[in-house]
Design a protein around this ligand. Structure first.
Ligand SMILES: [Mg+2]
Ligand SMILES: [Zn+2]
Length: 161
């Protein structure tokens, strides 16, 4: 039987805080009104789009589970960020978030592989072409577990690897 050809997509998984936008100490997040895009990194996202990558955000948001921010606060900040990026010519295909408390047992808190697996369940992703970009050791370890390429946007992470 001839199986229908599926269209596999090239995906760059992006961490959000400290990678796309500024990160803050946990308690400071309660007072964040707008996410501040890291302008020096915009050219990375633009180049990935030129190279045919779809961009998917994978983000640990234990601040929600630990009640430092509400789910609604998260959504408001995040939607505004997505809109800003879109007007800059950087559309984000989708976002996958771990909202759990760090004491919860879940498989999605990076470097757990749950967020990437959720994306794989929803989209036909060519994992041989996939890469992950982030600023923390969690991101690096997730890439390692998924056996995909990793790009660090934080020099100190490279040093720790
Ligand atoms: Mg980060
Ligand atoms: Zn989780």
């Amino acid at each position: 039987m001839c199986k229908e050809k599926r269209q596999y997509m090239k995906v760059a998984f992006l961490d959000r805080d400290g990678t796309i936008c500024r990160d803050y100490p946990d308690q400071d997040w309660a007072n964040v009104k707008h996410l501040e895009i890291i302008e020096q990194h915009l050219q990375i996202w633009q180049r990935l789009i030129e190279q045919g990558y779809q961009l998917i955000i994978v983000s640990n948001q234990y601040l929600i589970g630990e009640a430092i921010i509400s789910r609604q606060q998260f959504e408001t900040l995040h939607q505004e960020l997505l809109q800003k990026l879109a007007t800059m010519g950087i559309p984000i295909l989708d976002t996958f978030v771990c909202p759990h408390h760090r004491d919860d047992i879940c498989d999605c808190h990076k470097p757990g592989t749950g967020l990437v697996e959720q994306a794989q369940a929803k989209y036909d992703i060519d994992m041989s072409e996939a890469l992950l970009i982030g600023d923390s050791i969690n991101d690096y370890q997730l890439a390692e577990r998924m056996n995909i390429r990793f790009l660090s946007v934080a020099p100190e992470v490279e040093h720790r690897i």
